[in-house]
Write a protein that binds this ligand. Structure first.
Ligand code: GLN
Length: 198
């Protein structure tokens, strides 16, 4: 199972390190050949309009969209959550998204950069205690479709969701040193999908 971290913007090294803690040697990816060589993908936080534009500039936007559509396990954190949602609210003018999860996500829902914060959340399926969640100009999930599982919520808003091979969090687990969400992605989404293919 080869996992790539989209290396156009954001916490690429931190995600690679978190996957390393889970025993997975991940690679940074940004070209078409890179994307063709992986079985699963993490899209880090950053700025969703910028990541979409860079993905277009590097010629990988449609390829990633097609891979997500054909079942590649993908985890999007923060801007990555926005990118793999089917619909966004408060998007930039003509903002493009990849889509995949049947949710509506509100961009910058918690306010501006100065309204960034940390909190402890219960997260279904990762075991142990609560998870320290770092929200940086984060989105929240406004509404979920029937097939979407809510894994964590904050103040009544879903902030971690899963639909089949797709996982998204509003917050940044790569910044905390707690690798349980990366492990969940590897064990529950990536390994499951490789079993299906065998
Ligand atoms: N506010 C950013 C956006 O709209 C996301 C912030 C983040 O990824 N930390 O894309």
């Amino acid at each position: 199972m080869k996992i790539g971290v989209l290396a156009l913007q954001g916490d690429v090294r931190e995600h690679i390190a978190s996957l390393g803690d889970c025993g997975v040697s991940a690679r940074s990816v940004k070209t078409r050949d890179d994307i063709d060589s992986i079985d699963a993908l993490i899209i880090p936080g950053g700025e969703s309009t910028t990541i979409a534009k860079l993905a277009r500039a590097f010629g990988v936007f449609d390829l990633i969209k097609a891979r997500i559509g054909s079942g590649m396990p993908t985890y999007g954190s923060c801007a990555g959550m926005i990118l793999i949602a089917d619909q966004i609210l408060d998007g930039g003018p003509d903002q493009e998204i990849l889509g995949g999860i049947d949710v509506q996500v509100r961009r910058n829902a918690f306010g501006r950069q100065v309204d960034s914060f940390e909190t402890d959340l219960s997260f279904a399926g990762i075991g142990g205690t609560t998870f320290r969640a770092v929200f940086i100009r984060a989105p929240w999930v406004e509404s979920v479709g029937a097939g979407v599982e809510v894994l964590a919520s904050f103040n009544g808003h879903p902030v971690a969701i899963r639909q089949g091979h797709l996982l998204a969090t509003s917050f940044h687990p790569e910044l905390t040193g707690d690798n349980r969400i990366h492990r969940f992605f590897v064990d529950q989404l990536c390994k499951e999908s490789s079993k299906v293919r065998l």
